[in-house]
Design a protein around this ligand. Structure first.
Ligand SMILES: [Zn+2]
Ligand SMILES: [Zn+2]
Length: 442
């Protein structure tokens, strides 16, 4: 998932004051969260040291299931792959779903932290690759466990049902779909609201952010195979050169966003990889392109996909290729629809955060073109209101340095990305618990 927009100067104040001091000391949730954050720091480090890739979260899921059972939840495992569903019933009332994801990424950690991951796996191509929680899902899980514990401790302050889910394969945008297909909303109580958080690599630890409406983008991974008619490099007139055609196609694709989509509607068309040919003097058979397409509305999404098909085909025709050598365009299954934060629920979260943290720690964030599959929970026939909020993770001194000198902050998925543990945990547990107490108020 993606990267935050530049931040507002007032957050600088935050960087100078530890969040534990800015937290309203009268707030009992914050006080309890502070203690729980301290207790859970070793668990965060353990999760950080033992990352597992998408669809391989077996040990992580087992660990979370055991922890939730210990806290007193009724736990079901293997829901949609390695998914975990944990329930806590507390009398009649609304049902709230809280979600964490569990998977890590094929990134070799370079943070230099004493608890850095040294895990290595062999990828599909047979090469050794490091595994790292470079998207902060280890932090999501630890906040999730802290929230479970705190809500269990404060059962007298809420009513209804808590459904806490640990979702696999977020990075491949497959886990939410798999859990829904395995009966998440039929085998378990159907939620009235769904809430999740995600680490923000550009917000200081101690801050939270909410984006109302579209928060994260539609993403489609598209593979294009541009085909030609191969031959000798010295006899180009006897061939149809797919490399020239690919070059024209890459440039023509740039006109989708600049000339075809409504300028007020965001869209991205990026060609992220291009591979073709083997040798100087051979005109090859084909060139392979990999694209990422991003947008918010379904209309723009459909238009960009159709435009890629039309342009690649039209240029192949212009090059004089026979129809059976026209390009092949496939949409990969790593595609995900936009995350739409229900405006009413977003407003409610903002009110809770303003009250809990004060307006200086509550940021109205802008939408980003990153992706998430959390949006799927709000796109079933039941149209459940959902909201994913941002949790600041940047160490105070680092944030201040960034604001002063412009020294870049490592984005999500970077081998350098490392949250400041305690203030992030404390704020995350406080934020999630406060939201749950508000939505399940007695
Ligand atoms: Zn990610
Ligand atoms: Zn993520």
């Amino acid at each position: 998932m993606g990267i935050m927009r530049p931040l507002i100067a007032f957050l600088l104040v935050l960087a100078t004051v530890p969040p534990s001091v800015t937290a309203q000391s009268s707030n009992s949730v914050a006080a309890a969260a502070s203690q729980i954050a301290k207790d859970l720091e070793p668990i965060y480090k353990q999760l950080h040291t033992q990352p597992e890739l998408s669809n391989q979260e077996e040990k992580t899921a087992k660990f979370l299931a055991e922890q939730l059972q210990k806290i007193g939840f009724e736990v079901t495992q293997k829901v949609g792959g390695h998914g975990v569903v944990a329930m806590l019933k507390n009398g009649a009332g609304p049902t709230l779903l809280l979600r964490t994801d569990m998977d890590a990424l094929p990134v070799t950690e370079q943070t230099g932290a004493p608890y850095a991951s040294t895990v290595k796996v062999t990828d599909e191509k047979g090469s050794s690759v490091g595994v790292m929680h470079a998207c902060g899902h280890d932090m999501h899980m630890t906040v999730f466990l802290g929230t479970a514990r705190l809500l269990q401790q404060s059962k007298d302050k809420w009513r209804g049902s808590l459904v806490m889910i640990a979702q696999p394969a977020e990075e491949k945008v497959q886990g939410a779909k798999a859990m829904l297909a395995d009966g998440l909303f039929t085998r378990f109580p159907r939620p009235d609201h769904c809430v999740a958080l995600h680490c923000a690599p550009e917000l200081p630890a101690g801050a939270v952010g909410v984006t109302e409406g579209y928060a994260l983008a539609n993403v489609d991974s598209v593979d294009v195979t541009i085909r030609g008619v191969s031959g000798h490099g010295a006899w180009p007139h006897k061939t149809k050169d797919p490399i020239v055609l690919a070059a024209q196609t890459v440039l023509a694709l740039q006109t989708i966003v600049s000339r075809e989509t409504d300028p007020t509607q965001p869209a991205v068309v990026t060609v992220g990889s291009i591979h073709g040919g083997t040798k100087h003097n051979i005109i090859s058979d084909e060139v392979k392109l990999q694209l990422t397409l991003r947008s918010y509305s379904d209309e723009v999404r459909n238009h960009t996909v159709e435009a890629v098909k039309r342009i690649t085909r039209g240029l192949a025709q212009a090059a004089g290729l026979p129809e059976d050598r026209y390009p092949i365009v496939t949409i990969a299954n790593e595609s995900s629809p936009a995350t739409y934060n229900n405006p009413e629920l977003s407003q409610r979260l903002l009110r809770v955060f303003d009250r809990t943290f004060g307006s200086d720690r509550t940021v109205r964030t802008k939408p980003i073109m990153g992706a998430e599959d959390f949006g799927l929970f709000g796109r079933t026939e039941h149209k459940i209101p959902i909201c994913m909020f941002w949790l600041g993770t940047v160490d105070g001194a680092r944030f201040k340095e960034n604001q002063g000198t412009g020294k870049p902050l490592p984005p999500l998925h970077s081998s350098q990305y490392l949250p400041a543990i305690r203030p992030t945990l404390e704020t995350g547990i406080t934020a999630m618990t406060s939201v749950a107490l508000d939505l399940l108020a007695r």
